[in-house]
Design a protein around this ligand. Structure first.
Ligand code: SAM
Length: 233
């Protein structure tokens, strides 16, 4: 049976794990301010027509927005976007090639803390690309999903991508929990998603709209992502 006791570093508190995340990503973005490339993610491009088709979506919160490549892309599509990231976007104009674009609001914060202090039913869609793979336990995912449910208006959308259990990197590193591996020193703890896990997290909160698996990346970094769209029940 998988329990929190299986974690390689059982003594690290939630705060210490967040600090580790923050240091890891800050170092990545300092090395390369456009670490994932200049363009929007494939997932953001996939979501755009779906968001437009909803017709009543205006306010979007992006969790774990990094250097805001997707937040800017979604703002350019006409949505009002707030981006939240642990590392913060310190100089938004210097990212994504310094391209000017419609304004986004950026907040340096932990995603859960940001959601918990946001007004209830205040957002039309919550979006994230590859955030939920970060060092989150199932219990923490459940807290996040409950907080997302709270800020979404009725029938609002929750759209996210997560590295899937069929990702070629699945299983690399020390197993620390169910579908969770720590590849240190070559990365940070990763929690991989199956469609069943996405369904389980949505249970009682969201009605599943879509689950799609996609291969992305090239050369020596091919990855496989689960794209998930849920609707606030
Ligand atoms: C894999 S990167 C993806 C970045 C961005 N979504 C993109 O596609 O360019 C994960 C991001 O999540 C952020 N992150 C990790 N844990 C977080 C947390 N607890 N709250 C907010 N952001 C977090 C990291 O700082 C990092 O920017």
């Amino acid at each position: 049976m998988e329990t929190a006791m299986n974690r390689v570093e059982p003594n690290l508190s939630r705060e210490e794990r967040r600090k580790r995340q923050k240091e890891f990503w800050r170092a990545r973005y300092e090395e390369d301010p456009a670490f994932f490339g200049e363009r929007e993610s494939d997932f953001a491009a996939w979501c755009a027509p779906l968001l437009r088709a909803e017709r009543n979506i205006r306010d979007i919160v992006e969790l774990g927005c990094g250097y805001a490549r997707d937040a800017r892309f979604l703002a350019a599509q006409g949505f009002r976007v707030s981006g939240v990231d642990l590392t913060g976007v310190r100089d938004p104009s210097s990212t994504t090639s310094g391209r000017a674009g419609p304004p986004c609001e950026f907040v340096e914060a932990d995603a859960l803390e940001f959601l918990q202090r946001s007004p209830p039913r205040s957002v039309d869609a919550v979006y994230s690309n590859m955030l939920f793979n970060m060092d989150y336990t199932e219990e923490e995912h459940r807290e996040l999903f409950a907080a997302i449910h709270r800020v979404l208006r009725d029938r609002g959308l929750h759209l996210y991508s997560a590295r899937s259990t069929s990702d070629p990197w699945y299983g690399r590193g020390a197993k620390v929990d169910a579908d969770t591996f720590d590849p240190a020193p070559h990365g940070v703890t990763m929690h991989y998603f199956s469609a069943e896990y996405a369904d389980r997290l949505a249970e009682g909160l969201f009605a599943p709209v879509q689950r799609v698996e996609r291969s992305e990346g090239e050369g020596d970094f091919p990855i496989r992502l689960l794209y998930v769209v849920d609707r606030r029940a």
